[in-house]
Design a protein around this ligand. Structure first.
Ligand code: C5J
Length: 223
């Protein structure tokens, strides 16, 4: 396998040393993708996120086969909500809020069924799992230390939702010196226009936040 990967991308080729590349899958949790969770409680049609599952499975398989680091994140809070700002807890139309009990257990609470990653994308031993209280995965988590410990310099992003937790984390990573590539078919939004706008805004201005490419282009380069 080549030591340097070149992936055709927007706005221009994404080049990464294989040894510095990792995959980060953002919040592919039942709470966002299945009925009865946090996403649904906010009034969203959760079926809109399902198209991203199959491409994310293929991307994950490619990184596992390549022996490269994989990070999974989960947006969730401690059972006593001590890591949930009142401003976040107060948002939303109700009746189900963060910490309330729904069909998948307490909404967005660590360890509850709804906070789990969907079974198709479940982490395996050796993969990093980050529980995060914010939209960005660097805020109040050990993510930076985990990436540094593995020598990661380049991050491929997948997950949901494109304009919220994926984009926020990509911006956090960009500011911390990572070169970021968004896998365009391995991410989705409850608002298709927001997904398109996010891809456009991160890649504009010479990739001011990062790059974007489809899963197939990434997998071809990884082989
Ligand atoms: C949201 C996320 N949308 N994972 N969280 O609240 O994008």
């Amino acid at each position: 396998a080549a030591a340097t990967l070149t992936i055709p991308a927007e706005p221009y080729d994404y080049v990464a040393a294989r040894a510095g590349l990792a995959l980060i899958i953002i919040d592919m949790q039942r709470d966002f993708l299945e009925p009865g969770g946090f996403g649904a409680a906010l009034g969203n049609d959760v079926s809109l996120l399902r198209a991203s599952i199959a491409p994310t499975i293929r991307l994950l398989a490619g990184f596992r086969a390549a022996g490269l680091p994989v990070v999974h994140t989960r947006e969730c809070h401690l059972p006593d909500l001590s890591d949930c700002p009142p401003a976040k807890h107060g948002r939303g139309p109700g009746p189900l809020r963060i910490g309330d009990t729904g069909p998948m257990g307490r909404i967005l609470i660590r360890g509850e069924p709804g906070a789990a990653i969907i079974p198709e994308l479940a982490p395996v031993d050796g993969e990093v799992v980050i529980d995060k209280p914010g939209k960005g995965a660097f805020h109040a988590t050990p993510l930076m230390a985990e990436l540094q410990a593995r020598g990661v310099t380049h991050l491929v992003f997948a997950g949901v939702t494109t304009e919220v937790c994926v984009q926020t984390t990509m911006r956090e990573a960009n500011d911390r010196g990572f070169d970021c590539l968004l896998a365009t078919d391995a991410t989705d939004s409850y608002f298709p226009a927001f997904k398109a706008a996010t891809i456009a805004m991160i890649t504009a201005q010479a990739g001011i936040v990062g790059w974007a490419a489809p899963v197939d282009a990434i997998l071809t380069a990884l082989e």
